[in-house]
Design a protein around this ligand. Sequence first.
Ligand code: ZN
Ligand code: ZN
Length: 271
Amino acid sequence: MGFFGFPFFGESKREEVDICAIASGSNGNCYYIGSSDSAVLIDAGISQRALLFRMAEKNLNPEKIKAIFISHEHRDHINGARVISNKNNIPIYMTNQTWKKSLRLYRPKNFIPFKPGDIITIEDFNVYTFLKKHDAAEPCSFRVKHKDVNIGVFTDLGTACANVKKHLRKCQALFLECNYDEDLLWKGRYPYFLKSRIDSETGHLSNIQAMNLIKEHRHPNLKLLFLSHLSDENNSPEIAMAAFDKFKNQFEIVLTDRNVSGEIFTVTNEK
Ligand SMILES: [Zn+2]
Ligand SMILES: [Zn+2]
């Protein structure tokens, strides 16, 4: 760094963002995206106790969290929102429709509505909100931008619509749903209606759908991909990883574990 904090000519400016899947899967989702000064969470699908415990385990400071964005009203994305918001005095951002359709016991008092498409500035982050395809009232996904670093949180997608593709192309790191393996789903014990729901355009993304999305629409400088929201019943970590095997020398691929929080990864804007 040069005088007065300005970079010298030719000196590239390094930006860093820490990211962590605090919880990922149908039993709870919560994704941490933090700079040196502040942080946002995407979804609050675990209890306040579990959140604080898991953050303490990773040495993440909950006082840095300035906002929590809720993607949709399904329990695994919202059930901790009310208590976390009340006890830790953190505002919860969600759409009016998501608020209306969520169970009363999950609804936070400290609620700030947004409309899909809004770009919301939280301290040193810009959060891009957009509609996605999923069987909820007004399901949204998010791209979180800190200076030149873009992180995507794209789970609970029946299919990847134009919005998802557009934002995915901008992300150097991604949490991407790899919910199920088609064979395991269709040969499995779920009732037909549930299999159809998961496989539908408003259900979840399979390993192969996620892989194709990455193949065709990833950022040229994608560095880190988290295989996220894996089904316990209809997927396995080995099968999900195998679907992405061809990319293993191109960027880092990390499995999220539905039972424990993941490691913290630092993403930079460097090539
Ligand atoms: Zn979910
Ligand atoms: Zn859902």
